[in-house]
Design a protein around this ligand. Structure first.
Ligand SMILES: [Zn+2]
Length: 82
């Protein structure tokens, strides 16, 4: 595994969705690659911050996604009419 492959695995790794073989190879790479360890640390921090932000917002009313959905549906309906 090279660094690019390791970084491709990062998202799945943090989701816990990595198959055990890939997980093992990923950890093997991390054991030897300081760059990827550093990258993983900063990536994990970013993901945690994003999750914290999402859970903060979850308690509040969110009118935007519903509006967005309506706009998308309206746009699709408009296109089908033509
Ligand atoms: Zn690496």
């Amino acid at each position: 595994m090279n660094c690019k492959e390791a970084i491709d695995f990062l998202g799945d790794y943090l989701d816990g969705a990595l198959p055990w073989r890939a997980w093992l190879v990923f950890h093997w790479h991390l054991a030897f690659c300081r760059d990827c360890r550093r990258y993983l640390a900063s990536y994990a921090t970013t993901v945690r911050q994003a999750q914290a932000l999402r859970s903060e917002q979850a308690g509040e009313a969110q009118p935007v996604p519903a509006e967005l959905l309506r706009a998308i549906l309206a746009a699709r309906r408009g296109r089908q009419d033509h």
